[in-house]
Write a protein that binds this ligand. Structure first.
Ligand code: HEC
Length: 118
């Protein structure tokens, strides 16, 4: 009986492990980012199509904060996206983006999703 219970518990860990580790970047984006970031830029936030690899604060159709503009000599590498999403204010003190994503796996999933936005 004990052995059976252990086997069941081990099975549950195996099933739950990958399911918990794998986050749906699209769903996270819909919940945490879509409210501001639409398909086209709005006064609330810039559009994010093609943002992965693009120049930071590079869209002509959005008025960025001076803080993010100051990073305009760099591009949105995965490392920069990770730093910005982990701590927008740490990455660009004074940025107008108020939302951060503290969980590493959630950030990774969202960044992977950003790569799909064309
Ligand atoms: C409350 C509105 C709001 C939410 C929610 C929000 N953002 Fe932003 N985001 C902004 C604003 C405003 C800017 C421009 C910041 C600036 O100019 O300092 C921005 C800028 C960005 C940029 C840089 C764009 C560029 O052209 O350089 C990225 C990348 C980004 N946001 C990703 C995200 C992601 C991913 C989420 C969800 C986890 C998110 N944002 C949630 C308002 C928001």
């Amino acid at each position: 009986m004990t052995r059976f219970a252990l086997a069941v518990a081990a099975g549950l860990v195996l099933v739950a492990g990958p399911a918990l580790a794998q986050q749906d970047g699209g769903q996270l984006f819909a919940m945490q980012c879509r409210g501001c970031h639409q398909d086209a830029s709005t006064p609330l936030a810039p559009a994010l199509a093609g943002v992965a690899g693009a120049k930071i604060a590079g869209r002509p159709d959005f008025t960025y904060s001076p803080a993010l503009k100051a990073k305009g000599d760099q591009t949105w590498t995965d490392a920069n996206l990770d730093g910005f999403l982990k701590s927008p204010m740490g990455f660009a003190p004074g940025t107008k983006m108020p939302v951060s994503v503290p969980a590493d796996d959630a950030r990774a999933a969202i960044i992977a999703y950003l790569h799909t936005l064309k």
